[in-house]
Design a protein around this ligand. Structure first.
Ligand SMILES: Nc1ncnc2c1ncn2[C@@H]1O[C@H](COP(=O)(O)OP(=O)(O)OP(=O)(O)O)[C@@H](O)[C@H]1O
Ligand SMILES: [Mg+2]
Length: 238
């Protein structure tokens, strides 16, 4: 049995709209093992982004427990949580979210600057290597506006890997890309999962993108209603 890296236990979350509480998650429990690639699916408004943001420590549950690598992130102070995110979790979003005044190289360097573990030279070299690994060795000095959508998302993946996180989190990573480019990004993420053992949790609407996962978790109205595993993968995985 492999180690649990993410444990979500009986999580509830509501958003306050004026005086009314809008339920987004209603008792969600999910265990993710280290090295798993998990896809969250479900209709619009079912709570996918809310769950992903809670798993990534970007949002907190109203009730319930969440641990990352055995650490309780709900009771953790904001400063320690920010540090945990910076060190252990890489985020990739639908709209790439690159800094437009920074080159590809500078975007990838940014999380390393924040972590302050590497000196300038090492940072540069690592950013260059990460961009080469996502196929952008010849685009390091380009600004986001000078890159295609797929290339921008590759930069975002390289940036997410900057501090060598154990967990990659993606919300509709391929939502703004044509399907061919979307498949390329998913294959890149799958390779990182298989070669480097990164744990991946991602949201998609597209069943073809869900096929890259070891298993899918289906949400409906804030609850998990189904889990679908590829039987071969789950046999090997256990
Ligand atoms: N900031 C917010 N304020 C109020 N309600 C919110 C907020 N964010 C989400 N919600 C509500 O919580 C529920 C879950 O939203 P969430 O964004 O998690 O859904 P989703 O599954 O990611 O949907 P989509 O596929 O459209 O991205 C929805 O009913 C939504 O209206
Ligand atoms: Mg969403």
């Amino acid at each position: 049995m492999s180690e649990t890296i993410i444990n979500v236990d009986s999580v509830h979350k509501s958003y306050l709209m004026g005086k009314e509480a809008v339920p987004a998650l209603r008792g969600v429990s999910l265990v993710v093992k280290r090295g798993d690639m998990v896809c969250l699916m479900g209709p619009s408004g079912s709570g996918k982004t809310t769950l992903l943001n809670i798993v990534g420590g970007l949002d907190e549950p109203g009730r319930g427990h969440v641990t990352i690598a055995g650490m309780d992130i709900v009771s953790m102070g904001e400063e320690r949580l920010a540090r945990l995110r910076l060190e252990r979790i890489g985020f990739v979003f639908q709209t790439f979210n690159l800094l437009s005044n920074f080159t590809a190289l500078e975007n990838v360097e940014a999380p390393m600057v924040l972590l302050r573990r590497l000196g300038r030279k090492e940072r540069r070299a690592r950013a260059q290597a990460l961009l080469a690994a996502v196929g952008l060795a010849d685009r390091v000095d380009h600004y986001p506006s000078e890159l295609s959508g797929g290339q921008q998302q590759r930069v975002a993946v390289a940036r997410a890997l900057a501090n060598d996180p154990e967990i990659l989190i993606g919300d509709e990573m391929t939502g703004d890309l044509d399907s061919k480019t979307g498949f390329e990004i998913m294959q890149l993420v799958r390779d990182l999962n298989q070669r480097e053992g990164k744990t991946v949790v991602y949201v998609t609407h597209d069943p073809r993108m869900a096929d890259y996962a070891d298993y899918s978790v289906h949400l409906l109205d804030g609850q998990i209603v189904a889990r679908e595993a590829d039987p071969v993968v789950s046999l090997i995985g256990d």
